[in-house]
Design a protein. Structure first.
Length: 270
């Protein structure tokens, strides 16, 4: 479903602020996989999601989604396959529109343009059923503007909106990190349910070691723009959150190495 081969990306090349964000990424995500992606700050996690989404084009390498080479396709073209939820609960929605209006926009995403409308009794009843399952007390607030909702309510709604147009790929960029624990747990629960029911292929960035092991079927770890661990099945099940914390401690040591020693380390993972 998703395949990256030899993907490199530098930002501000030749400048003092140059960042070598992705270093020869090779990654294949099968249809139906739910990958949790972890790594220290600056390791390239969000950059990898951006590369898949089409926020920029790689300097080298190829990216394939659903059998199509999308390496040089812009993000709006890839939107026919890909939906995304960001960390900020106030991204991905129109704050001055109502809950029902936002859901209508999400339902029409990627489809031929239609005149504004479709908010009749049957649509409202359907939207009411959809938001009821979010368990966020939104079923009686279809006429409330999005800007009046709590962060947890809005993020749950954003997740629902992301999957309404039946994408093939769902990208989740720390989408529970800014929420209170109760809301984060509910959004994580909904994520698992949507991925399973809609047979989505998902990649989720997280800093939660518990989520990294409990959600999905595969855990990928990044450091310095490279993939250093790809944990599946029995190997993944044997690990505990404390084991991942120890791995993170080792990664932080690597980040303090001199540039010369870092290059030696990268060579081992090429």
């Amino acid at each position: 479903m998703i395949r990256l081969v030899g993907v490199h990306k530098r930002f501000f090349p030749g400048d003092n602020s140059e960042v070598y964000a992705l270093r020869g990424i090779d990654l294949q995500v099968a249809e139906g996989d739910f990958v949790t992606l972890i790594g220290t700050n600056g390791s390239g996690k969000s950059t990898l999601l951006n590369a898949i989404a089409g926020s920029f084009f790689p300097d080298r390498g190829t990216i394939t989604v659903a059998g199509d080479d999308v390496t040089k396709r812009p993000d709006y073209w890839r939107a026919r396959y890909i939906a995304r939820v960001f960390q900020n609960p106030f991204s991905g929605t129109a704050p001055d529109l109502t809950v029902a209006e936002n859901l209508r926009l999400a339902e029409l995403r990627g489809k031929p343009r239609h005149p504004w409308g479709g908010l009749g009794r049957s649509s409202r009843a359907r939207y009411g059923d959809e938001v009821k399952r979010l368990e966020m007390q939104l079923e009686d607030r279809l006429d409330a503007t999005i800007g009046t909702l709590s962060g947890g309510q809005r993020q749950a709604l954003t997740l629902l909106m992301a999957v309404m147009a039946d994408p093939k790929v769902l990208l989740l960029d720390e989408h529970t990190a800014a929420l209170d624990p109760k809301s984060a747990a509910q959004v994580a629960k909904l994520t698992v349910a949507f991925v399973r029911e809609r047979k989505l292929t998902a990649v989720m960035v997280t800093h939660s070691m518990e989520q990294a092991l409990e959600l999905g079927n595969r855990t990928v770890m990044m450091v310095l723009g490279s993939i250093v661990e790809d944990l599946v099945e029995q190997e993944r099940r044997r690990l505990t959150p404390d084991d991942l914390v120890e791995k993170f401690a080792d990664l932080r040591k690597v980040e303090r190495l001199t540039p010369e020693l870092r290059e030696v380390l990268r060579a081992e993972y090429r």
